[in-house]
Design a protein around this ligand. Sequence first.
Ligand SMILES: NC(=O)c1ccc[n+]([C@@H]2O[C@H](COP(=O)([O-])OP(=O)(O)OC[C@H]3O[C@@H](n4cnc5c(N)ncnc54)[C@H](OP(=O)(O)O)[C@@H]3O)[C@@H](O)[C@H]2O)c1
Length: 303
Amino acid sequence: MQWHILGAGAIGLLWAAKLQRAGHRVTLILSGPQKLNQYNEIEHFSVTSEGLTDRFNADAELAEHTVPIHHLLITTKSFAAVDAFNSIRHRLAGNARILLLHNGMGPQQQLVDENPQLEIWAGSTTDGAYFESPWNLVRAGIGDTQIGRLSEYGDEQFFEEMASVDGKLTMTTDINTVLWRKLAINCAINPLTALYDCRNGELLKYTDRRAAMAQICKEVDSVANALGITLFDRKLMEQAWDVAELTGRNHSSMQQDVSHNRTTEIETITGFFCKAAKQTSIPVPANQLVLEAIRNINEPDDY
Ligand SMILES: NC(=O)c1ccc[n+]([C@@H]2O[C@H](COP(=O)([O-])OP(=O)(O)OC[C@H]3O[C@@H](n4cnc5c(N)ncnc54)[C@H](OP(=O)(O)O)[C@@H]3O)[C@@H](O)[C@H]2O)c1
């Protein structure tokens, strides 16, 4: 099967490798001519996992290309997903299947609302990967991925195809709740690690950081409850504490984005949450505070 990957970053190339290993053909749709020239000089990327490095030769092209797209994986950062999708929209075949795999919420539902005739799936992953150098990826952790259909249209065949690509993939009939759970954990950990410029585990070491995290979690629990969303079978603070402890040595993506002066995913994480809170009468001052603080902390230079 032919797959197109829109967003050939860490998660995109990780999935390109998984798809190629499973026998699929993969074409990377790159962000611009400079990136395409860079790739065409080497025409491969590599993935290092548990000390072993494998090399992959995917094709690469730009959005302007005219070949129809039947299977599309979108792995941009959340803030880029809608624009990226619109850049290839004209190429989508009538029966195209689309999977969005990014953190944060908002773009997934927006694409479904704007394209009700398309089969759109969304996913959430605990896979971890980073670039050692351009086109050389290191798989940091072998995680779980859950996917579920968001659109009215479609059937389970897509999941069966994907399950043969990743043995740790599972399907959910309630992807919205899965996305909310990931969002809740991200709200609890990511903005604070960026503001305190610390590793995940260092949130738990200081009273003021724990107090801020507890307040954020309390607000998220209250709003989710009011919206009828079941987060965890215990308080979010307890869940987030365990995640921060388990990933204690890690730098969150938001901490890294802020420290490198890159655009963060704050608008689709805490921003999405604060908008959702407006549908309830529940005030969310702790989340609003970190939202404004991250908005103000750096003037991203990579728009
Ligand atoms: N990395 C991880 O370990 C990890 C783990 C779990 C979840 N996630 C989530 O997965 C998502 C992707 O993360 P990532 O780490 O893979 O990000 P990333 O490395 O920054 O990759 C995003 C890619 O999207 C490309 N892109 C942006 N706009 C595009 C467009 N219009 N057309 C084509 N390509 C475009 C970027 O290209 P340029 O660089 O050329 O702009 C970049 O290569 C995020 O939501 C992240 O939070 C990541």
